[in-house]
Write a protein that binds this ligand. Structure first.
Ligand code: FE2
Length: 382
């Protein structure tokens, strides 16, 4: 990548660069100073920054900007500092012209899905995931894109669900333990441990932050019923927005409350929206769990009925057949889901026979980090 023209603008407060591919982008002097790439500005081993924002001149001005082959050379007032930036780096890190996007937009790397477009979950064998980096990268890439993936061939032994987290990161331990059983119990401390059906939900919305990944592994399943269901919550939120921008804005604009107090010494409470957006409107997370909604206190009186109408429609979309990807988990199979996006459900099952699942939580940032590191090593994105 080359810069064909560099022109100082706005009295030296910024520079406009024309790139060889026709892109034009402006960069502020203060931004260039802050992003100095010189080796002396970074720790040699970690690449971590050594420069604080307080080290920057308060009124940085550009005095020279010269396209120089595949780099651009700059000089700054008031200290006469000279910096060079590769043109390709500037092109890749340009911020001018960020598009305006509607609330609830999703990045191109995220593919929304429903029962028709994702009839079966992306899958791999546990052995291949452990022994082959490309298989692991493709599988983690599926989690990044769809928020869900399946695996088979996990040894049918208690606790092995944690080995799935170890493929890319670490177990997140909670009051439920390092891992937990999901099977029918007498007088359980959680409705998950009965043979009732469970409406599609995200786990633990009463935590802040929520566990961002959940893994569920099957050790036994010979009951009638007990099918698993995955639903793309981002798809449901997007459909809601298409139907009612106001309903979407209500769920995104007001906090819901969630709580869990089902065991001694535990009083978990959170106050977060059911549809969470980043400051620029990007869809960040959904939280939806009928079992743990607490009284809603943060919606203005005038909007409460409209809020409930939107909430009800959101749950109806989540529950609709069109969105549900159904599958029966057999012993030695497991699935991993992004708990900030994908809801899971199960159908009721007979009280005769056995259904034994084990679950554990893990962190999405660790998964994304492992995937990015493998991609960098392979020199290609999956
Ligand atoms: Fe759950």
């Amino acid at each position: 990548m080359r810069v064909t023209r560099a022109g100082i603008i706005e009295d030296g407060r910024a520079v406009a660069l024309d790139f060889a591919d026709g892109v034009r982008a402006r960069f502020h002097a203060v931004w260039l100073r802050d992003n100095v790439l010189d080796a002396a500005a970074r720790a040699p081993r970690s690449g971590q920054r050594l420069v604080s924002v307080l080290d920057l001149p308060e009124r940085a001005r550009l005095t020279e900007a010269e396209a120089d082959g595949t780099a651009v050379a700059f000089a700054f007032a008031p200290d006469g500092r000279r910096l060079r930036f590769p043109a390709a780096w500037l092109h890749a890190n340009r911020y001018d012209g960020t598009p305006r996007r509607p609330p609830g937009w999703t990045a191109p790397g995220i593919t929304l899905w429903d029962a028709a477009t994702l009839p079966t979950l992306p899958t791999a064998t546990f052995d291949a995931l452990r022994s082959d980096q490309r298989t692991l990268a493709a599988w983690l890439g599926a989690v990044r894109r769809y928020g869900v993936a399946h695996l088979s061939g996990l040894p049918c032994e208690s606790g092995r669900v944690c080995d799935v987290a170890a493929l890319f990161g670490y177990v997140r331990e909670t009051n439920y333990g390092r891992f937990f059983d999901v099977r029918a119990e007498v007088d359980p401390d959680n409705l998950a441990c009965t043979n009732r059906g469970l409406q599609a939900h995200t786990d633990n919305p009463y935590r802040d932050p929520v566990p961002t990944l959940q893994i569920l592994a099957c050790l036994d399943n010979d009951v009638a019923g007990g099918e698993s269901i995955a639903v793309d919550g981002f798809m449901a939120a997007t459909l809601l927005r298409a139907e009612s921008a106001d309903g979407f804005a209500l769920l995104a604009g007001h906090c819901a409350r969630f709580e869990y107090a089902g065991s001694r010494g535990v009083r978990l409470r959170s106050r977060r929206p059911m549809v969470e957006l980043d400051p620029d409107g990007a869809l960040r997370a959904v939280r939806c769990n009928n079992r743990s909604v607490a009284p809603l206190l943060d919606v203005p009186y005038e909007r409460m009925e409209a809020y409930y109408a939107a909430y009800r429609r959101f749950v109806a979309l989540i529950d609709s057949k069109d969105l549900a990807v159904r599958f029966r988990l057999a012993p030695s199979e497991a699935f991993l889901l992004d708990n900030t996006r994908v809801l899971h459900a199960r159908t009721a099952f007979s009280s005769g026979g056995r259904r034994w699942l084990q679950g554990c939580y893990a962190d999405k940032d660790g998964l994304l980090s492992t995937l990015a590191a493998i991609e960098e090593e392979m020199g290609t994105a999956v």
